[in-house]
Ligand binder design. Structure first.
Ligand code: SAM
Ligand code: F3S
Length: 452
């Protein structure tokens, strides 16, 4: 799941302090790593600024999962040349998947960039922020909002629990840029979550490219279900989510843990990528449609009210109209609550990049649009069912004058009400629904029976 470029939101008034600006594109893992870099810089006395021109340090956190994301990141790095000419003391760092194994080439192309550092190589930040030498920090345990001074901490936070990916899907660049799977020890994750809870965070999302591969490389081989149970014990945390799961590791034990642990939200993101077995085989996904369908049945049977989302790629090399229709039919059959659909983008170095990218761009667009239209209808129908019901919403902020939050099932909800609602778990009676969000009115705090 890709997010749009995002910048640090806050400006703070102090004069004479150094400022940093972080530009991020890509997955939630990138968001988490940017947050960690921000926490480090804040520890070293820097303050965030949303205005790039005001910054003393700029970090560009890149993504190369698709050409479009790579182009945006490269374009942004290019746009900083002028600023650097105007402000020679400005320090620029570039990180993320663009960087791995490409430092020398990038340094040649962007000579004004001071530092290229790989994902999670936070210790290298000292090269552009020497003040970090004075800071006594434990990188492994640094939670996202470590600084005690932050006045308005977020309600939700991402917590990486496993880095890298051991799968080799034929279309995917991630294993080449993020390496083999490395799980963080359970105590380290729990410590981080405890610190986040102490800062007012109410909801954590445990992250990994294949989050449900968690633990196989650790002594005693704990798994994601064990980790969920451990995080569940942390006082102050009200909700736990996790992203992204691979169907192959979606075990019965994990499904039961979601059903049994009240803080674990009834929402599962399980990328299927295609509804055709031959395409799945060429994608090297290691499962069949029948296997995937059986997992979904088991999830729905064990977790009442569960919501489901998935990822789809259209226009994979050789994907015929019939194979595309199989994907379309699978989406009609399963009725996901959300679908992230991407047009296939060949990534140099991957297996499928050696094959002809033979679905014309126009046709990829048509398939993309067809799935979006189908999904809009399905989401509208699914969301209409909420009208008149009361759902539990964790309010994470305001947008356009309305309070905004999410249900346990991850559906966006807005409501208008006077007073301060941020960080509260509110019962909201739903009055209107669109394919993308629900509207309602608050009727109390926390519902007895948790609706999804
Ligand atoms: N681990 C997850 C899984 O099991 O599918 C996915 C992680 S991947 C980094 C995130 C999403 O990006 C994928 O689900 C896929 O839909 C999309 N993606 C990855 N490579 C792509 C490519 N070459 N072209 C189009 N979309 C791609
Ligand atoms: Fe990519 Fe497949 Fe891993 S999509 S992140 S190689 S599970």
């Amino acid at each position: 799941m890709l997010v749009q470029p995002r910048v640090e939101p806050m400006a703070e008034p102090d004069i004479g302090v150094k400022r940093f600006h972080i530009w991020t594109i890509g997955c939630q893992m990138n968001e988490a790593e940017s947050a960690k870099a921000a926490a480090l810089l804040r520890q070293a006395g820097y303050l965030p600024t949303p205005v790039e021109e005001e910054a003393d340090v700029i970090i560009v956190n890149t993504c190369v999962v698709r050409q479009q994301a790579e182009d945006k990141a490269v374009g942004h790095i290019g746009s900083l040349a002028r600023l650097k000419r105007r402000k020679p003391d400005l320090r620029i760092a570039v990180t993320g998947c663009l960087v791995t194994g490409q430092q020398a080439k990038l340094a040649e192309r962007f000579p004004y960039v001071d530092l290229f550092y790989g994902p999670s190589e936070f210790e290298r930040l000292v090269e552009i922020a020497p003040e970090l030498r004075e800071v006594d920090f434990d990188l492994a345990e640094l939670p996202h909002y470590y600084d005690e001074g932050q006045s308005d901490p977020d309600v939700t936070a991402f917590v990486p629990v496993i880095y890298g990916c051991n799968f080799v899907c034929s279309f995917c660049i991630v294993p080449y840029r993020r390496g083999r799977e490395r799980s963080r020890p359970m105590e380290q994750v729990v410590t981080e979550v405890r610190r986040l809870a102490a800062r007012g965070v109410k909801e954590v999302t445990l992250l990994g490219q294949t989050v449900n591969a968690y633990g196989h490389d650790l002594p005693g081989q704990p798994d994601l279900a064990d980790l969920l149970a451990a995080v569940h014990e942390v006082e102050g945390i009200e909700r736990i989510r996790f992203l992204t799961s691979h169907p192959k590791y979606f075990s019965d034990k994990l499904i039961q843990a979601i059903a049994d642990l009240p803080k674990v939200c009834e929402h599962v993101n399980l990328p299927v990528q295609s509804g055709d077995n031959e395409v799945l085989r060429r994608m090297r996904r290691t499962y069949t449609v029948e296997y995937y369908r059986e997992r979904i049945e088991k999830i729905r049977e064990t977790i009442p009210g569960v919501t489901l989302s998935t990822d789809i790629i259209v226009g994979f090399p050789g994907e015929t109209e019939e194979q595309f229709r199989a994907t379309y039919r699978l989406l009609e059959e399963i009725q996901f609550d959300k679908v992230h659909v991407a047009m296939y983008s060949p990534r140099p170095g991957t297996l499928s990049a050696r094959w002809e990218d033979d679905v014309p761009r126009q046709e990829k667009w048509r398939r993309h649009r067809a799935i979006e239209t189908l999904q809009e209808r399905i989401c509208r129908e699914r969301n209409l069912r909420y009208i008149g019901t009361t759902v539990e919403v964790l309010v994470d902020g305001m947008a356009k004058g309305r309070w905004r939050g999410r249900t346990r099932g991850n559906t966006l909800v807005f409501f208008e009400a006077p007073g301060e609602w941020k960080g509260r778990l509110v019962s909201v009676r739903i009055t209107e629904a669109s394919p993308w969000y629900l509207l309602g009115e608050p009727v109390g705090e926390r519902v007895a029976a948790l609706a999804s």
